[in-house]
Design a protein around this ligand. Structure first.
Ligand SMILES: [Zn+2]
Length: 322
């Protein structure tokens, strides 16, 4: 169960206070704005990425890092360091969440933006309701068999099937309220998110009410359902190799140990190592899914036996490293 403290932590993690003068606040943190690119209703402040050295081993020369003047969202297009303005303050000044809040408040919070606020701004569109899923049905047995999934696991993860297009429907929901944001449509070697531009990096695919000892983080939603089908509890998916700060905060609030089960390819391994370097010092114990001797790129490609042993053999990075 999620305790009230966790709920407050998550709410705090979710809100996005932005200073009145974003460029000034960057300057006070020692991040110099080198260029400003003006957009329709906001500017992007370009600077050298403060996380580049830690993430890539090389300092950023370009500048690859930009912060939006209105939303405070930042992103490095090269090393993928990204998050809310408050994350930047936390990282750059070594503050805890509350201190970072206070620091921003001292520099004039002009808006506390929540997820809803941002979504509306980025995607002016109708709000989805559960009725949007009415055209879909529970996945049929042949589809379940082809992926080693159980009907029970699909029900637990709310997975549906589009009988017309023969595609999986993987709902994407608000991690606080469960409200439907959209879904991922997945066929053979194909997937698409609906609606386009859905903020999937601000949520996780999985049972948001779950909390327990050990969680498992995968890239693909169907792999999380597969894990559950094999009796592995607490499986979540990040919708890709890049795991956002928000996603890590959401998962950290739900477990004490995290098994990183990102894909066994260059992007997955790079992301895994970064997450370890970044989150181990923040008190999250992490193990790596054990791919040794298993010729598969992800959990979905493994036999039942291999998947169970990869999970059971999850290891701390200082041993059994490949
Ligand atoms: Zn960078």
């Amino acid at each position: 169960m999620t305790s009230p403290t966790d709920v407050w932590e998550q709410l705090a993690a979710y809100a996005n206070p932005v200073p009145a003068d974003v460029a000034g606040a960057m300057h006070r943190m020692g991040i110099e704005v080198l260029r400003e690119v003006s957009g329709e209703d906001s500017s992007e402040y370009l600077a050298r990425c403060p996380a580049h050295l830690a993430n890539t081993g090389k300092a950023d020369r370009r500048p690859s890092f930009s912060v939006n003047s209105r939303t405070g969202l930042f992103n490095c297009f090269s090393c993928q360091y990204s998050g809310l303005f408050i994350d930047l303050v936390e990282d750059k000044l070594g503050y805890a969440r509350v201190e970072a809040w206070q620091w921003i408040a001292r520099h004039g919070v002009y808006r506390v933006r929540d997820e809803e606020d941002q979504r509306e701004h980025h995607e002016p569109r109708e709000r989805l309701t559960e009725a949007a899923l009415a055209l879909f049905e529970p996945p049929p047995p042949p589809a379940l068999d082809s992926r080693g999934l159980t009907a029970e696991a699909c029900a637990a993860y709310g997975v549906l099937w589009d009988p017309k297009k023969k595609r999986w429907i993987l709902p994407i929901r608000n991690p606080m309220t469960g409200e439907l944001w959209g879904w991922q449509e997945k066929g053979k070697r194909f997937f698409r998110n609906y609606p386009q531009g859905i903020l999937k990096s601000r949520t996780l695919f999985g049972d948001i009410a779950w909390a327990g000892e050990t969680a498992l983080l995968l890239e693909s939603p169907l792999d999380a359902v597969r894990a559950h089908s094999l009796g592995i509890e607490g499986a979540f998916a990040a919708f890709g190799a890049h795991v956002s700060e928000m996603q890590m905060r959401l998962i950290k609030a739900r477990c004490t140990t995290l098994v990183l089960g990102l894909d066994n390819d260059a992007a997955g391994i790079t992301s895994r190592d970064r997450l370890y370097a970044r989150w181990r010092p923040r008190g999250l114990a992490m193990k790596f899914l054990n791919y040794r001797g298993i010729p598969a790129k992800d959990l979905g490609e493994m036999s039942d036996e291999a998947a169970r042993s990869a999970y059971a053999g999850a290891h701390y990075p200082w041993r059994g490293r490949h």
